[in-house]
Write a protein that binds this ligand. Structure first.
Ligand code: CR1
Length: 835
């Protein structure tokens, strides 16, 4: 029986029991089987959600078969593997990605259509896997995609949080946090109840003499929590390689102990133990670029490091090689300092359990680890208090002290009598209480340290880690500029643009060699091509406009200039500069004559992003944006000339819709504060222009696409310190005159009670304007005027857009992974033949 196509209905056609499908539509057959058997639903009452689950399960089957083959192949080949340790993996949705990477999206579309569903609606049913805060977590996800695509034998290790980053709701202009419980019906994970590791906490250290007379240490009387593995398949694009992301979940150890308590009638305490254990992997800490030093966070870190290392060591031991070969088989990359305890844990395993000598063990450790630094912000650099570590991980603290002792002895030899140097580089900060500086430990325990963009890598060498460059020499430090995966951020997020490029370039090879985009430059002057390019942008903007209408009720003119700033809300990212600029624009329009208004380029200023729940200033910024939105959007006098939109609950799937819809996006951090930024790359790759400061990867984007194709403004990193100093110690602080007018409007209650926003104005006027909002305001506003002028010249704008995309080849995570593989990991891809 052939199923007729039903375009409008979402219900399944009401006939036929023994349904048969064309042989070439395998996904459809499989998805129907899953709907009917795995989900036990009848096709007659199959809704979009069931269609999603059925499709996901059908693709999951394929992935797991390839996953198994990949693991066998990698085990058989027995070559060096990479282990990427990250406390965050901001994966977003998996189905669309799986369909595209496996190459069966069209078949799935047809199959779903026959059943009466639109594939976009089905894809839209999936809950984002939001196990991350922002750029750091999303980078980890892009890197996994590239490692699989390039056939590297690589594993990701992370935590399986029950709650990912909170969902944001805006209520009366204020951010509210709602828990993100995402695990119900998650088809993308495979619980491995047979893969468990006992993880120890607390207890004490006992010294004893081994049979050979050697003094050894054992960690005893510890509490035990069990780690259970959950595996998530990571399909490469256009390859059979399907790698593994292993996430650990915590569980009370199922020892007899609980049972005894239970039988003794102490039910409550048995349950409490269980809950306490489960708490470890319960929730992602919602701070971006901020560390709070909470004990539970330290527990998370050790739990995940210890479980992962146990796994890595177990795999290595199967090969029965000598320990000295460990670094030839294993490369472990630390995504920021969060997994630094893995260094200490490996040293502990080698000396306490495997009986190696200290030096031999330490040599293995340092050869195996690499550390990526992602920030120079002091409030984000991790420090753990010594008493906390002493209590939770007594043996690890001893090892840290020993590492420090041997390290300082080396420093003392090289820099005799330089006590200042010793105290600066020591792992232990002599404060009250004493603190362990995790970045120092990470540097000392790794063979390579890298930053994530050129400026950032230079800054770490000249500021926070300057002394370590003197001690180890410059070769320990390197740069690997971040990237993004073109599969998700071009092909998946902007399929029409991807198709147009493929048409021009004669195929989709650019998706695995992004440098091929440069061939697009030949078509910059091609009229028809330009028109198609512009049409795609318009369609993407229209889609976003519809979404804005549905979710906020505000209508925006799709022909207006869409000006977007979406990212975590943070003072250093300066959303306050943006909203002050918007207020300035509003005041300017209000003061214009009707004639003058005719020349104004209509704008939609779009904001999105979460504030950490305890970050009051950031929450105030969100509040101000929403108040300005309310006033401006309801001002009939201004009409379409300016609209201000705050998009609630910005996440990966929303980014996939927003990035392709921008004309202009904002990357306007105070110079020297944004290590790299990666959304800048996503916007440009979709044909949006950017306004930005000379910070992070903006600088290399400029180098690649050309100065004439980007709107740069503001203070340079090298001048920031002096300005800050002058603000605090100078004679008087002169606020920018245009900014002063903006502040007057705020203080005159134009956007509601001025008291609500006094902290924002005061931080500029009274507290030293640390982020240089006033210093940069004039050049920011002037540069926006240049943007308006440029936008009026539609053809020029299009040429900039096309040229920029053509020159973005450098920013693929494929390039990033190859650099890591060559300069840090020394691993080779595993060629995949037919099997
Ligand atoms: C940086 O702030 C960078 C990402 C990924 C963030 C951002 O500029 O793009 O890392 N750093 O490298 C971070 O989260 C804890 O540090």
């Amino acid at each position: 029986l052939n199923l007729p196509t039903r375009k409008s209905s979402r219900q399944v056609p009401m006939f036929g029991r023994s349904v048969e499908f064309p042989a070439d539509s395998l996904p459809q057959k499989e998805l129907v089987r899953h709907i009917e058997t795995t989900l036990a639903r009848s096709l007659y009452n199959c809704d979009e959600n069931a269609a999603y689950s059925g499709t996901a399960l059908a693709f999951r089957d394929r992935l797991i078969i390839e996953w198994n083959k990949t693991q066998q192949r990698q085990t058989f080949n027995d070559q060096k593997r990479v282990y990427y340790l990250s406390l965050e993996f901001l994966m977003g949705r998996a189905l669309d990605n799986a369909m595209l990477n496996v190459g069966l999206k069209d078949a799935a579309r047809d199959g779903l259509k026959d059943l009466g569903f639109r594939i976009e609606d089905v894809i839209g049913q999936e809950h984002d896997a939001a196990l991350g805060n922002g750029g750091l977590g999303r980078l980890a996800a892009c890197l996994l995609d590239s490692m699989a695509t390039l056939n590297y034998p690589a594993w990701g290790y992370g935590l399986r949080y029950r709650y990912g980053i909170f969902k944001q709701e805006i209520v009366n202009g204020y951010q509210m946090e709602v828990p993100d419980y995402w695990l119900d019906n998650n088809p993308w994970e495979f619980p491995r109840h047979e893969i468990t590791v006992d993880i120890q906490f607390y207890g004490c250290v006992r010294k004893y003499q081994a049979e050979n007379g050697k003094i050894m240490h054992s960690w005893e009387d510890a509490e035990i929590v069990q780690a259970v593995a959950y595996d998530v398949p990571i399909p490469g694009y256009g390859t059979k390689t399907t790698n593994n992301l292993r996430l650990w979940s915590s569980k009370a150890s199922s020892g007899e102990f609980d049972f005894q308590k239970f039988n003794a009638g102490d039910y409550e305490s048995a349950v409490a133990d269980e809950q306490r254990a489960e708490t470890i992997s319960a929730v992602l800490y919602p701070n971006d670029n901020l560390e709070r030093g909470k004990e539970l966070r330290l527990k998370q870190q050790y739990f995940w490091c210890a479980a992962s290392l146990y796994d890595i060591v177990r795999r290595f031991k199967k090969s029965k090689r000598a320990w000295s070969e460990f670094p030839d088989q294993v490369a472990i990359q630390l995504n920021d300092t969060h997994p630094t305890l893995a260094i200490v844990e490996l040293q502990r395993i080698l000396i306490d359990t495997e009986g190696l000598e200290w030096d031999e063990a330490w040599n293995i450790v340092t050869k195996s680890f690499g550390y990526t630094n992602h920030t120079v912000l002091p409030e984000a650099l991790e420090k753990w208090s010594v008493p906390l570590l002493q209590n939770l991980l007594p043996r690890h603290l001893q090892i840290i002290y020993d590492v420090n002792l041997y390290f300082l002895q080396i420093v003392e030899k090289r820099f005799p009598n330089d006590r200042e140097m010793l105290s600066r580089v020591s792992i232990i900060e002599e404060s009250h209480p004493k603190m362990v500086r995790m970045a120092h430990l990470a540097i000392i325990g790794s063979h390579k340290v890298n930053g994530v963009a050129e400026l950032h890598s230079d800054l770490i060498k000249t500021t926070i880690f300057k002394d370590f460059v003197e001690i180890y020499g410059p070769d320990r430090f390197t740069n690997v500029t971040n990237g993004i995966t073109p599969r998700r951020w071009l092909h998946q997020a902007n399929p029409r643009l991807s198709a147009l490029i493929a048409e021009k370039l004669g195929g989709y090879e650019f998706l695995t060699d992004l440098t091929l985009l440069d061939k697009l430059e030949a078509f910059v002057d091609d009229k028809k091509f330009r028109t198609e390019w512009a049409e795609i942008k318009s369609a993407n903007k229209l889609r976003l406009a519809r979404y804005i209408k549905e979710t906020t009720g505000f209508s925006v003119n799709p022909d207006a200039l869409f000006d977007v700033q979406v990212k975590r809300i943070h003072e250093y990212k300066r959303q306050q500069l943006n909203i002050f600029g918007v207020i300035h624009r509003y005041l300017t329009i209000k003061a214009m004559s009707a004639e003058e208004r005719k020349k104004v380029v209509p704008r939609v200023s779009i904001f999105g992003g979460k504030a950490a729940p305890g970050y009051w200033m950031a929450k105030t910024v969100i509040h101000l944006i929403n108040k300005v939105s309310f006033v401006v959007n309801n001002d009939a006098d201004v009409g379409d000339l300016l609209k201000v939109i705050f998009i609630e609950d910005y996440n990966v799937s929303k980014a996939e819709m927003i990035c392709p819809a921008s004309d202009l996006s904002e990357h306007i951090s105070t110079a020297g504060t944004e290590a790299s930024g990666t959304s800048n790359m996503k916007f440009v790759l979709s044909g949006g222009l950017i306004i930005g400061t000379c910070d992070g990867a903006n600088i290399e984007i400029t180098r690649e696409i050309g100065e004439q194709n980007i709107f740069l403004f503001g203070t340079l990193a090298e001048d920031v310190e002096e300005l800050r100093h002058r603000h605090v110690y100078g004679q008087t602080f002169q606020i920018d005159s245009q900014l002063a007018k903006v502040f007057e409007a705020i203080k005159g209650n134009m956007f509601g009670d001025a008291g609500d926003f006094s902290a924002l104005t005061a931080s500029v006027e009274q507290h030293g304007d640390f982020y240089l909002v006033s210093d940069d305001f004039n050049s920011y506003v002037t540069t926006h005027e240049m943007v308006d002028e440029a936008f009026k010249n539609r053809e020029e704008w299009l040429a900039k857009s096309i040229t920029s995309v053509a020159r973005m080849g450098f920013f693929s995570t494929d390039r990033v992974i190859n650099e890591y593989a060559d300069s840090i990991w020394n691993v080779e891809p595993l060629e995949v033949g037919k099997d």
